[in-house]
Design a protein around this ligand. Structure first.
Ligand SMILES: [Zn+2]
Length: 270
């Protein structure tokens, strides 16, 4: 399935929400917002350094307003060869928007990212992975190559159905088991336990990689710079990268590259 007889495609994805992770749901206090700022000040630079050290390419999903707030950082991510994907404008949850509002948010996100990155994003990931009944139609209208918000498969991308018709928009499936937030993200109100030990997360994440490798599919991790940027968690990610690199035929790539390959194969199969 993959070029050069590679066996397993690895997609390290980072949702660079910064303050917007908190601004949409929690009180806009300096304390909450500072947790998001940590992602920009510490998380992103540390992650970029790690990826560069291993020559690994990743995908960053960025809300338009985060790109406007941190243009130099987002430029730096893109200049390092990583893909920038659409992640709303203010990190809005599509299921709380009318069709018109959702369309407007998509347009604002495109405009902000195009201005900062210099090209239109090819893919989308919805904040909190919650799509509205209108989202899939709007993806078609927007011309997205892929989405990465749904969970109907694990290691195998699949074509999205819109209004009962199979499209060639590629769904790159995600999973809460492969997201850093449920394990690590702590909060008092509302209470979220978080604070898992990285060794616990490593056990699950490495075992899921074994599955993707066995089936020759795609292994997609979702992380957040403000969560996984913490030193002890990045050390675990580094150990995981080393584990995956030691499996021959592991191909670290971007979501759009995987989506383009899938789309081409589906067209050839018709
Ligand atoms: Zn997000």
């Amino acid at each position: 399935m993959w070029p050069n007889d590679e066996r397993c495609a690895v997609l390290l994805t980072f949702d660079f929400d910064a303050e917007l992770l908190w601004a949409t749901t929690y009180p806009r206090t300096p304390s909450y917002l500072s947790r998001g700022q940590y992602g920009a000040r510490v998380g992103v630079p540390r992650i970029l350094e790690l990826l560069q050290r291993y020559g690994v390419t990743a995908t960053f999903f960025v809300p338009g307003a985060t790109a406007e707030n941190y243009p130099h950082l987002v430029e730096q991510i893109a200049a390092a060869g990583h893909e920038i994907g659409h992640h709303g404008y203010l990190h809005e949850y599509p299921n709380q928007l009318s069709r018109e509002e959702e369309r407007d948010v998509l347009a604002k996100g495109f405009a902000a990212l195009e201005k900062v990155v210099g090209k239109r994003p090819l893919g989308y990931r919805s904040p909190a992975w919650d799509l509205s009944p209108n989202s899939l139609q709007l993806f078609k209208e927007a011309g997205f190559l892929y989405d990465s918000s749904l969970m109907a498969d694990d290691f195998q991308p699949y074509p999205l159905e819109v209004d009962g018709e199979t499209t060639d928009i590629v769904e790159i499936p995600v999973a809460w088991e492969l997201d850093d937030a449920p394990y690590y993200l702590f909060n008092f109100h509302p209470y979220r336990a978080g604070l898992s030990s990285p060794s616990h997360v490593y056990e699950i994440w490495s075992s899921e990689f074994d599955g993707a490798y066995r089936y020759g599919g795609v292994y997609t991790l979702t992380m957040h710079p403000q969560i996984s940027g913490r030193f002890h968690r990045l050390q675990m990610l580094e150990k995981l990268i080393q584990y995956m690199i030691n499996h021959s035929g592991t191909w670290f790539t971007t979501c759009s590259q995987v989506a383009q390959i899938c789309q081409q194969q589906w067209r050839n199969d018709v």
